[in-house]
Design a protein around this ligand. Sequence first.
Ligand code: ADP
Ligand code: MG
Length: 694
Amino acid sequence: MDLQTKVKDVFSYKRYAKKLEKLNIITVEDFLFHIPFRYEDYSIVSKIAQVQEGEVVTIRGKIVDIRNAYIQRWKTLQKANVSDDSGIISATWFNQPFLVKSLPKNSFVSLSGKIKFFRNKPTMQSPDYELVEESSELIHTGRLVSIYPETYRVSSKWLRRQIYNILKLRRQGLIEYLPSSVIQENNLINFAQAIEQIHFPEKQEKAKNARYRLVFDEFLLLHLSGLKRRKEWDKNISNQRFFIAKFKKNIEEFWQKLPFELTNAQKRAVSEIFKDLGSKKSMNRLLEGDVGSGKTVVSAIAMYLTCLNGFQSVLMAPTEILAQQHYATISKLLKPFGIKVELITGGKKGIKNQESRIKKIANHNSRFMIHDSKNKIDVLVGTHALLYSKTGLDKLGLVVIDEQQRFGVEQRTLVRSKGKNPHLLTMTATPIPRTIALTLYGDLDLSILDEMPIGRKPVKTWLLPLEKRDRAYKWIEKQILKTKSQAFIVCPFIEESESMQTVKAATKEYEHLRKTVFPKLNLGLLHGKLKLKEKEEVLKKFKDKDIDILVATPVVEVGIDFPNATIIVIEGAERFGLSQLHQLRGRVGRGEKQSYCLLFTESKSETALKRLKAMETLRVGSELAELDLKLRGPGQIFGTMQHGRDLLKIASFSDFSLIAKTKRVAEKIFPELSKYPLLLEKIKNINLKQVSPD
Ligand code: ADP
Ligand code: MG
């Protein structure tokens, strides 16, 4: 057995393997990285005669007697008396009949727990215990005792014992991998010490230093792996260095034909993108901007420049509906300039069926200016599944991935394998604070749209108690009839992916609203289990205003653009992260009319109400994300970004200052990384898990 051995292959752990997996313990080494979340302080050792009511202490003595007493048929009570040279104390436990064997009469024990006086005699109820043999070190009592995340039948005590044994046997396997200069300059303790002290600290102070070292390492490794991925990406010398100055006129014409003036943020993003496209390296850029900040048009300009240079673009969206919407938008923007835009639908299967059409892209090799054949496609729009099509795209110059909320390292690798190093633009509305984005996406450049198009009125947001539901419904009806606008009603978020349960709940709600609440209005239902044709039909009706209220599951979250919708009602609002709510709210407020967001909650929790109340005043996605980070912890802002969460075992993304510090360290040592093979190995092991489409 060494540290890399899988626990399922170790005889004594075999039967625990499934349970350990729940704790993310797969290899023997993972035990050592199972980090305690707190310590029980049993470090005060007292003579029995000196114990005080209510104090938490450790006593040591000899078992004078121990026996099982039966209370009822199923319940047993273990009673022991323990003495030292100063006095005697009694201890009791429940339902641990084996204790009479493991703590036999005359054995020496150490007991830790709270003292209670009972008829003037000191007692301990269910104390932690262990046998004291002459030389053995105490691990469960008489010290700071580590408390771990547990699972059924895997207790902290059991984990502590295993970790102790592994450390004893395999400590020499914990080799320092950081350069000594980093250790010195940052006052870090040695790696092996850190592991030892995080589990069995001598003092709180040492536990703190151990934790600091391990958190430091986590961030540092993450930064280094980003820098490494970036370096690998940059090796892709693009043979598609685009001409920009040459097409200045065309681009200006395009801007002029837009029905609006670009915001300054959009202009900045465009110029950052152009700079990349005109350089020798292939672009790898993340465009982050709140819903409605106008990312699509920015990507359209990039696609236009790509076409002008005689290359093709692919635009991918997470759902078919969005792909269709993009197809419509991009067509409207680009077709007037003679650009051929095509749509591929039908998920993975559809793409298989349409590979021959995709091939036409690959075969397209004429310059844009002279292209004429009806077979050629300049821009191909589809779902993320496009990425998984086997067809290589020789003339592919730009890949745009929309609403990319996940890590997408795998996607980026896939993109690289297509064509000849196409440029990559990833777009997201997930308001990740900049520091975090730079940590998670260390290999990306970042453009942020931090400005909304002018003329947008902020969406009026109200948090409503359930008593106001009827009045709210009446108000909605009046509003719709009076202003001819439309509304979304979003059903509660039940599970992460859309299950039948969610669909049933939405259907029921829809029937109820249609029959009893809004009989005068036309209602439609949209959920993830509808066939594509049905979805299209519903959305078309909504677009044509044949539907006044669209009842939907939370899948409508991303991207849909209906300027005439001015009201969004969100049920069970407390179940959503603030960023999600913000994205949902972004479905409205896209036109000239005043828009409204109504949040319903049954929750009485103070934190929940505080979070939701913040929606009424905060309008900037990243501010809401930061608030959620404070109130609910980092898990929330990521939502679907599971991966981000799994990457950090000990560190927290809210630790901005250490993130920044480790970033500087990473940048400093990265150029000479090859001198540190152990560190390189660690970076390789950072597991940026696979992400699959849909
Ligand atoms: P998102 O960033 O959420 O993807 P979209 O690209 O869908 O946003 O844009 C939202 C709406 O705003 C669209 O209807 C788009 O035409 C419009 N829009 C984009 N840029 C501007 C602008 N500078 N001024 C006014 N409207 C704009
Ligand atoms: Mg969008």
